[in-house]
Ligand binder design. Structure first.
Ligand code: ZN
Length: 348
């Protein structure tokens, strides 16, 4: 039986009671593993919407390292990464604290959807508002009640519905700390992104928390190969931050990820049935035909060419392509002189 979880046969245990708090206070927790629900808002019948959080406090002092999953409610691959990490951590191994936020967007998870209860994308409205719409307040409290405790953060995502992604990281590659975190994650692709875009990562960076976003495969799935790779990367980043010891073979003996100085989506300008040709992580040339749109009767009405050379970070796999549908997420390759840090330039 294949499982994402490394233990071949997990013992079946009854669910244990879990404390509910309104504020994560890492410093007040005992050494060892604590499981909590952090209540962020109330629903229309007064029941709390509660975020499941795991905390491992080590026996030695050190930073607080936060992992967050499922800010987009249908992006699930980060969940087993957190479960497996915590299964293997002991307080004696940890200097400081590891916090695993299993699912940030609880209502979205229940609805199998990216957005919050009202459809709002929580990763486009950060830092939210202390007084505002339910999504704005929820976003604000994610930062205020949970993320504000962190010294470092890795935010775990996947592609969106109808798309597939490479294993890739978005990070500020001019910042030595976040560049190091990006390389240690050993993704297929790194996209430089300075994080001024109302995302959770951007809000955390503005709070002085070095943060990267890791995109792990596809939505509403658990994908073993991607999650194993992501977990190895997370362990390497934790070791770099001084939180755990981790036997790591030399980074420089492995193939460097493809580094992009920017990336952008291509969109359709005609509606129809959409085929996208290149595979993720594939390279395309300027002018290379990358997609085709057909009518309901199968006639080709539009073809699309890559506007520039680049690497395919992600792509649409949804054949129903109305006008404005996403085609390809095209990464523009970094070149010498653009100021992005290489592996050797961020102390690795
Ligand atoms: Zn996402």
């Amino acid at each position: 039986m294949d499982s994402l979880y490394a233990v071949p046969v997990d013992p079946v245990v009854p669910p244990a009671p879990v404390d509910v708090v309104n504020q994560l206070e890492v410093g007040a927790l005992p050494e060892g593993l604590t499981r909590l629900f952090v209540e962020l808002v109330g629903d229309g019948l007064g029941h709390g919407i509660r975020v499941p959080v795991m905390v491992m406090r080590g026996t030695r002092p050190g930073p607080v390292f936060g992992l967050t999953a499922c800010l987009h409610g249908n992006e699930l691959n980060g969940i087993p990464v957190i479960h497996e990490l915590f299964r293997t951590l002991t307080p004696e191994q940890v200097a400081g604290t590891v916090v695993g936020v299993v699912a940030l967007n609880v209502p979205g998870l229940h609805r199998y959807q990216r957005g919050f209860t009202d459809g709002t994308d929580l990763n486009r409205i950060m830092p939210g508002k202390a007084s505002g719409s339910v999504a704005e307040v929820y976003a604000h409290r994610i930062l205020d009640r949970i993320v504000g405790q962190f010294g470092f953060m890795v935010d775990l995502h996947t592609a969106s519905f109808g798309r597939v992604n490479s294993l890739y990281v978005r990070a500020d590659m001019r910042d030595r700390r976040t560049a190091a975190m990006a390389y240690l994650q050993r993704p297929q692709i790194i996209v430089h992104n300075p994080a001024s875009d109302r995302t959770l990562r951007g809000a955390a960076m503005a709070m002085g928390i070095p943060s990267v976003t890791l995109e792990i495969g596809d939505p509403q799935l658990w994908q073993e190969a991607y999650t194993r790779s992501a977990l190895e990367g997370v362990r390497a980043v934790l070791a770099w931050a001084g939180v755990i010891e981790h036997a790591q073979d030399d980074l420089h003996t492995t193939e460097a990820p493809v580094l992009c100085r920017t990336s952008s989506w291509m969109y359709t300008d005609r509606g129809g049935l959409l085929e996208v040709f290149p595979e993720v992580t594939g390279h395309v040339e300027a002018g290379e035909r990358v997609a085709r749109v057909r009518t309901a009767f199968g006639d080709v009405i539009r073809e699309y060419e890559a506007p520039a050379p680049g690497v395919v970070v992600g792509k649409s796999v949804n054949p129903v392509g109305q006008t404005g549908a996403r085609i390809l997420h095209l990464g523009e390759l970094s070149a010498p002189g653009d100021g992005l840090l290489g592996r050797g330039e961020c102390g690795l």
